[in-house]
Design a protein. Sequence first.
Length: 213
Amino acid sequence: MPIIVGLISQKGGVGKSTLSRALAVEAARNGLSVHIADLDAQQFTVTEWAALRTEIGATPTVTAATYQTLKDVIDNAPESELLIIDGPARTSAGTLDIAKVADLIVQPTGASRDDLNPAIRTFHELVAKRIPSAKLVMALRRVLGDSEAAEARRYVIHAGYAVLDGHLTERISYRTAQNLGRAITETDYESLNDKARELINGLVAHIERKAAA
């Protein structure tokens, strides 16, 4: 059985697919076989990115496919050591289904209260449906600086949830890398790659703890 990581979001555009792609690349770089299941059947964001990555011959290789339902993923996804489920752009009834099968659920969020409060409510709703809070973790995106990240981290922890180490600011180079079939850890600027790896390595650490449990 693969380790299953589900990426969910309360609303679109917070970086769910960005984290899915970067996690897949870094896990594959560490020798794991990885597959991304793209459940956003209207956007095809991850699937198109993976096809572009194959076209340009980027390594490590990452496979991805679009699926209509979670059952379709479970029944038809190729064997892998790490299965990343990139959920729909907004939470839905299917979000609970993803949370039930995943070993870890990651929810990217911005640092403002306008972003944090809906994200926290989403986790509260999952916990109310008997999803263990230990399976839930936030990832900070679109952060303006270290002080804002620290305040957002305290806010989420106070609400009862874990937050990944590191955070991401908005950078054109991150978008450019993904437009070219690369991940946010593969920009032309090593300082930006290091910042992205800090966040992704925090996610990998959570996965390793789950695998060892």
